[in-house]
Design a protein around this ligand. Structure first.
Ligand code: SAH
Ligand code: SF4
Ligand code: F3S
Length: 490
């Protein structure tokens, strides 16, 4: 049986290892960690080598954040992380199933590694959203023999135990919990960056947009205790972190499951007092839940960046209803007006789906109309992909694929034109940039983000990753700004 029944219960916490591995009511976790660490130490003493791991991440920020926990656990167990181009003993796939092409890519990548696994005696661990679906687990079991361990989004913390079972039993270990369980606090974490960090505040989703698989694979909403969140941010700040991004499928429902009202706005006010944090971002906000008190908090809190990701999905009220989004074109536009009135310098970004079943020319025109009226700095645009188990997957797709691709192209072209126009206002200006390091495309340049989340590539001397600098913008395009100079702040 692959999908294991489990009962949702209260949260529990793992005490941080302090000298010896101190634990309270979850003794098994640290014991498994220690068992494997001992084995890895013995291996190193015997061979002079360390067991290596690497992680392939697909999907959204939730997976990025989960991967940091997985890396933290593996590091605590004595494995050493290597970059993706290097061979590793353990290859972890953190998967996504939001659209079909994401799944296809993952199957392709796993399949392509079979030679490498055989040659090096390495194996694959598959986890993440895709593994919450039993048909996927079956397919992996049958056709992808290099995958030795499978777990789901609800039992990440069982990795040490699963690994121990696999290593000692030499049999494949597949364990996926059917339901969300407790919020597990204080798992080990190996952060990707020092100067910026993801902080998840709410797990799961209750919205059941009709096209979306996420609530089916990530479970119901569970908010973390505000004190745990604030404690995590304080530690990050003490370690030199400047920017945090608060994560949730819908951060606006933070606290609802705890019977708290407007907890998200309260959290933003509380972060204002944490010394060292310069920038606060969050994603994602569901338009139906964005309250006036949150707008007020965004306006008041100096650390909260002037950027809001506000997916609208479709401009047609008729399609929005079929999508179960619970707002209309008019209420969305009205919300945008209120936000812009309160925070004139706000940069808006969005997600849009093209080709939802039944989308007519008029519906699509409504989508273009919203794009024109709002003026988004950036938009993530997707072609609708039916997901097994969602209500929309039962709807007949009546739009020819050629029509959908033509609509998609028209939308992308319009959005690129708008983003380019909006970018032009930066030319000749000096903007605050938090530096992420060398630019991915041109290592001679540095790269970073403005407070409004625009990507900036620039040349400068004596500037390092994690510095906050002022950059003069000389050229602006839809997707990035080019600048020079980097006057350090403070
Ligand atoms: N919780 C976030 C985002 C979740 S998934 C939110 O509500 O905004 C990210 C984006 O993927 C969604 O906003 C949507 O635009 C897109 N998406 C989700 N399911 C999809 C599907 N079946 N086909 C195409 N795009 C989809
Ligand atoms: Fe999916 Fe809707 Fe939940 Fe976002 S709010 S994760 S689109 S169901
Ligand atoms: Fe994908 Fe799961 Fe995120 S399905 S988009 S990785 S929540």
């Amino acid at each position: 049986m692959d999908i294991k029944k489990n009962n949702a219960g209260d949260r529990f916490r793992l005490k941080k290892p302090s000298g010896g591995m101190g634990v309270d009511n979850a003794p098994e976790f640290s014991e498994w960690v220690e068992e494997i660490r001992n084995q890895n130490t013995a291996y190193t003493l015997e061979t002079g080598k360390t067991k290596k791991f690497k992680i392939e991440i697909f999907g959204c920020q939730m997976n990025e954040r989960d991967s940091e926990t997985i890396a933290g656990m593996l590091t605590d167990m004595g494995f050493e992380e290597v970059s993706k181009d290097k061979p590793a003993d353990v290859i972890v796939f953190v998967t996504c199933c939001v659209r079909e092409n994401a799944e296809e890519r993952i199957y392709g990548h796993i399949g392509a590694l079979s030679g490498e696994c055989e040659e090096n005696g390495s194996f694959i661990i598959a986890c993440g959203c895709m593994m919450q679906q039993s048909h996927v687990v079956e397919k992996i079991r049958k056709s992808y023999h290099n995958v030795k361990i499978v777990f789901g989004t609800h039992n990440i913390h069982t990795l040490p135990q699963l690994l121990y079972r696999y290593i000692t039993g030499k049999k494949r270990v597949f364990e996926v919990w059917e339901k969300e369980d407790k919020v597990v606090e204080e798992l080990p974490i190996k952060r990707t960056d020092k100067h910026k960090a993801w902080v998840s505040i709410i797990l799961g989703c209750n919205n059941f947009c009709s096209y979306c698989i996420v609530p089916h694979v990530r479970g119901r909403e569970r908010s973390r205790d505000i004190n745990d969140v604030l404690a995590e941010i304080k530690v990050l700040a003490e370690d030199g972190c400047k920017e945090i991004t608060l994560l949730g499928q819908n951060v606006n429902s933070y606290g609802n499951d705890l019977g708290e009202k407007d907890l998200f706005a309260r959290l933003l006010y509380a972060i204002e007092d944490i010394e060292g944090i310069e920038r606060v971002r969050f994603m994602t906000s569901h338009p139906k839940d964005l309250s006036d008190s949150l707008i007020e908090a965004m306006k008041t809190c100096k650390k909260v960046c002037n950027h809001l990701h506000l997916p609208f999905q479709s401009g047609s009220s008729r399609i929005l209803e079929k999508m179960n989004r619970r707002y209309t074109k008019e209420t969305y536009l009205e919300l945008v007006s209120r936000i812009k009135a309160a925070i004139p310098e706000i940069a808006l970004t969005t997600d849009i789906i093209v080709g939802f079943p039944g989308e007519t020319v008029e519906d699509f025109e409504d989508t273009l109309d919203v794009v024109k009226k709002v003026g988004f700095d950036a938009a993530y645009m997707f072609i609708y992909s039916p997901r097994k188990g969602t209500p929309a997957a039962k709807l007949e797709q009546d739009i020819p694929s050629g029509v959908i691709s033509a609509r998609f192209k028209k939308l992308v072209d319009l959005q690129t034109e708008i983003a380019t126009d909006l970018a032009k206002k930066f030319e000749g200006k000096s903007v605050e940039v938090l530096v992420d390091g060398p630019s991915k495309n041109n290592p001679e340049m540095l790269s970073g983000r403005t407070r409004s989340n625009r990507l900036v590539n620039f040349k400068a001397e004596n500037v390092n990753k994690g510095d906050t600098v002022y950059v003069d913008i000389i050229r602006a395009g839809a997707f990035w700004l080019e600048g020079r100079g980097g006057k350090k702040l403070g």
